[in-house]
Design a protein around this ligand. Sequence first.
Ligand code: NAD
Ligand code: ZN
Length: 227
Amino acid sequence: MVALTGAGISVESGIPAFRGAQGLWDRFDPMEYATIEAFSADPEKVWRMFSTLLSLLLAAVPNRAHLGLAKLEQAERLRSVITQNVDGLHQAAGSRNVIEYHGNIRELVCLSCWKRFPLAGWSPGDSVPRCECNEILKPDLVLFGEPIPWGAQAAAEAEAKACGALLVIGTSAQVFPACDLPAIARAHGAVVIEINTEETPLTRTTTDLFLKGQASEIMSELVEAMR
Ligand code: NAD
Ligand code: ZN
């Protein structure tokens, strides 16, 4: 198996997803704040969203869904986790083979001279971090309008093509090109198992088995059943 995860897997760790009723994304519309155009035009404005988001992400701990995937990897039932999340919770849970499709928040990058800095030196409440060249730094995550890191895209496609089953957990399957991975897996013979509290565009088109419910509960049952 290979897993493809989205924001829904981290909801029970206290990080709101984009879709669904949540205060954070009412205050910061992702289509207004989470685009590369918005960052280029007004990085300090976008840092208001980053600061709020980073304080949430840095305080979060993995839940039973993240831990379940790490157990399946240790038991050699799961090859890898392809995640659209930037929160680092899969690694914190003990997963080792994690493909970060939309980057991560461990590093800050300068879009002018491409120098990188660890986020570790910065904490919420600090002023906007700047490069040695004085440019405002950007967390190394993929904003709308930015390309997928090439290595991650190639690795994710290879995993989707090679797996026997793809576990699709907590993604609304609306963000391109990650939303194409289940269809790629299925076209190469994989069984697509979807775990979500709600149906998605995949459920009636691509999913073979839909397990409706909270990711942590379903994953705990799945791990128990496999034991
Ligand atoms: P999304 O917000 O579009 O959709 C979340 C999905 O999770 C929905 O289908 C919802 O029904 C489902 N869900 C909610 N709670 C759940 C639960 N407890 N168990 C199972 N499913 C649950 O998320 P997306 O498809 O990942 O796309 C949004 C983009 O924004 C992605 O790139 C995502 O990684 C990013 N994002 C990341 C974080 C994070 O790093 N934790 C948080 C918000 C958004
Ligand atoms: Zn610089």
